[in-house]
Design a protein around this ligand. Structure first.
Ligand code: FA5
Length: 383
């Protein structure tokens, strides 16, 4: 329009046009600057869109995506910086950049939402797989142990006697000479002491404290309690300096039986032994009593059962006799009654004691008793 004015008023025009040229220049300059700034911001937005899209696509977990989203859209992001710069632009550019800015933000929002969806679906799948419980899966079962055969045998024997009306008693494994020998009518110089090669403890007087060689001292303890009548069994460990062989081990178990009542006879003893052997070994196994000697019973006997290894034909286990000794028994000796203050005129009784390992050996046909203490799992798990 100005270039089109040629009416001759040059001075005025010059003065006017001088001013307006300045204005024009500065407007042009700022328009140019605005254009440059707009181009720069558009360029930056383009780059930002490219890079942010790639970063979103790269995010490999929900956590990583959340971090990317903060970096791309958060207060300190390039997008927010551009947003702040838009405010200083001319209205025209502001509008254009503002629109572009919104487009980019919207696109990035959408990309983030899509990615979030696919990542969380994937993560849910992974979690389900990790926590999967397959009810058809066969897992190896735990190896469950069980009680040792000797313990099981002891429990079964206790049951047999409890069924016959006996109570189960206990006594200490460390005994004094008096309980283990003297009160049982075995004085220090008695030859019967040789029957029980003893482990003595270095406690008190020499040879005064020992590991009990049999369960018979529990008889003494029961009778000293003073409650009569007595129908009791007392199972437990015994210790002897025996060399281990097919029928002997140095630490073994016995079960003691004691009955004290009025009018008890040897017939009651024999009947009790028979009832117990039948109940535990079955009716096909026979038992027999053989006269024997124990200082604390009179008369005394050993009771034996048919060897179950060879069914009586003779083998290494029964020393070719066809019979295996289970224990000793007899009528309580009056000397024992007097040691514990029981009137033998009024009371009578019988006692027996037999090996628990020996019972297990015969019941399960274990040729060598040492197998019970060798701890071979292949042997033990059979019972
Ligand atoms: C006694 O021990 C007597 N106290 C038994 C007794 C009790 C008799 C009450 C009269 C009245 P003996 O030493 O015979 O008896 O042993 C009894 C049983 O214990 C034996 O028959 C045997 O079955 C078992 N036994 C003995 N020594 C061993 C051993 N080293 N290893 C495994 N079992 C044994």
């Amino acid at each position: 329009m100005m270039n089109g004015c040629g009416d001759g008023n040059d001075m005025e025009m010059g003065a006017v046009s001088g001013q307006s040229q300045d204005g024009l220049m500065s407007r042009e300059k700022s328009a140019l600057e605005g254009l440059v700034e707009k181009e720069r911001l558009l360029d930056e937005l383009f780059k930002l869109e490219e890079e942010a899209s790639r970063a979103i696509a790269r995010a490999s977990s929900s956590k990583a995506l959340a971090e990317t989203a903060t970096a791309v859209l958060g207060k300190r992001s390039t997008l927010s910086t551009i947003h702040r710069q838009v405010a200083s632009l001319q209205p025209e550019e502001r509008k254009e950049i503002g629109q572009r800015l919104n487009e980019v933000r919207q696109k990035l929002d959408e990309l983030i939402a899509e990615k979030r969806e696919s990542l969380s679906a994937h993560e849910r799948e992974e979690q389900l797989e990790a926590e999967r419980m397959d009810l058809t899966e066969i897992t190896p079962s735990f190896l469950r142990g069980h009680l040792h055969l000797v313990t099981l045998t002891q429990m079964e024997l206790e049951d047999v006697f409890v069924g016959m009306g006996y109570k189960v008693a206990e006594g200490p494994e460390i005994e004094t000479d008096w309980y283990n020998f003297e009160a049982l009518n075995i004085p220090p110089d008695h030859p019967a002491r040789g029957m029980w090669d003893t482990f003595y403890l270095e406690v008190g007087e020499p040879e005064s404290v020992l590991l009990r060689t049999h369960t018979s001292p529990v008889q003494i303890r029961l009778m000293l309690e003073g409650e009569l009548p007595i129908y009791a069994v007392a199972p437990g460990k015994c210790y002897r300096r025996d060399t281990a062989d097919a029928r002997h081990i140095p630490i073994f178990h016995q079960i003691e039986g004691l009955v004290v009542d009025r009018g008890i006879t040897f017939g009651d003893l024999a009947g009790t032994i028979e009832t117990f052997t039948t109940a535990y070994f079955g009716p096909r196994i026979h038992s027999r009593l053989r006269p024997s000697y124990f200082p604390f019973t009179e008369p005394s006997a050993e009771f034996e059962i048919t060897c179950t290894i060879c069914t009586g034909k003779g083998c290494r286990t029964c020393s070719d006799t066809g019979w295996v000794e289970l224990g000793g028994c007899g009528m309580v000796d009056p000397a024992v009654f007097s040691a514990v203050g029981i009137d033998s005129e009024e009371w009578s009784g019988f006692a027996f004691g037999f090996g628990i390992e020996r019972c297990a050996q015969m019941r399960h046909q274990i040729a060598d008793l040492r197998a019970l203490i060798e701890n071979d799992i292949r042997f033990l798990e059979q019972f």
